[in-house]
Design a protein around this ligand. Structure first.
Ligand code: 6CS
Ligand code: FE
Length: 311
């Protein structure tokens, strides 16, 4: 397949290709925008260095409880269980993820518009933003399968047509994240390297990749090199904690062998200047609940959901 002239990050190739340094800034805002946001210089420097930040106690206990009740409701709601964006665990009935949740839940939509989150995102991406993708991960006790090592951007670039690295993911824990229930693992500093992956993307790959990703997983030798150099961090913390991670930061998680679920809210902000184009893998675009298309206007802030000060 010929490489398009607008493809800054060729991947899903026929043969292995060496990793290379990212071709986009990590923090896109100018000096004035950087100074005008909730993240301190120290936090901005840590995000630049590691590709993620952790905030314990971002969401208050009452809001966590309300989201948890919503999740239980979804498990009994046939219209949700039958929705195309609802993914079950491979070979099981347990829910693995529900995508497009910001369009189904008023509470979730309000959370994504919390001024403290939007102020942080504007500071990092230097522009108005919209929701590229949202989901609830259930990761039930005993049956919650893991997620192989990957860069979200690699998938969003190849399969959704996201041109540049100008997006950031937010993951809010609705259950305690312990060393035993499959917490998110991140490779600090990996966001600065793009790792091309080998293998043509099958049509409608998402129908299997959301259960278990096989395409877009970096080669072991590359993972070995990056992890050997940067190590692995697995932030644990109480329900209500927030992890903010750059779209190209390598991450994954182990299966949940504990009795305790590891449920989290997950939503991605993309810059309005980074609109999705034709997928770079050459396939037709994925459905809107995976990659929100044609969003020329940024989302607006709404009244605070009760949560503690960020930072
Ligand atoms: O394909 C996707 O868009 C999703 N897959 C993974 C493993 N992480 C990011 C995203 O939610
Ligand atoms: Fe991911």
């Amino acid at each position: 397949m010929d490489i398009r002239s607008d493809d800054f990050y060729p991947t899903r190739l026929e043969r292995p290709h060496a990793s290379f340094e990212r071709r986009d800034p990590v923090i896109h805002s100018d000096c004035a925008e950087r100074a005008n946001g909730p993240l301190s210089d120290t936090e901005l420097a840590r995000y630049q260095r590691d590709g993620f930040l952790v905030f314990n106690d971002f969401l208050d206990d009452d809001t966590v409880r309300r989201f948890r009740a919503d999740l239980q409701g979804y498990e009994q709601d046939d219209s949700v269980l039958q929705a195309e964006g609802t993914i079950t665990e491979p070979g099981k009935q347990e829910i693995r993820s529900i995508f497009g949740i910001h369009e189904m839940s008023e509470r979730f939509d309000r959370l994504t518009r919390d001024p403290r989150l939007l102020d942080m995102v504007h500071q990092l991406l230097g522009s108005d933003v919209y929701i590229h993708q949202s989901r609830i991960n259930y990761k039930p006790g005993f049956h919650g399968r893991g997620f192989d090592w990957h860069s979200d951007f690699e998938t969003w670039h190849a399969e959704d047509g996201m041109p540049r690295m100008r997006a950031v993911s937010f993951s809010i824990a609705l259950t305690d994240n312990t060393p035993f229930n499959g917490p998110l693992m991140l490779v600090p500093g990996s966001h600065r390297t793009f790792v091309p992956c080998v293998g043509r993307t099958p049509e409608d790959n998402y129908r299997s990749s959301l259960k278990q990703q096989k395409i877009g997983v970096p080669a072991d030798a590359e993972l070995d090199r990056l992890i050997d150099h940067h190590g692995i961090q697995a932030p644990t913390g109480r329900a209500g904690s927030l992890i903010v991670f750059e779209c190209n930061t390598l991450h994954g998680s182990n299966a949940n062998m504990s009795p305790w679920p590891r449920s989290n809210l997950f939503f991605v902000y993309n810059s309005i200047h980074n609109q999705l184009v034709q997928p770079f893998c050459g396939n037709r675009p994925r459905p809107g609940f995976l990659g929100n298309r044609d969003q020329p206007h940024g989302i607006t802030a709404r009244p605070h959901s009760p949560s503690r000060q960020v930072g």
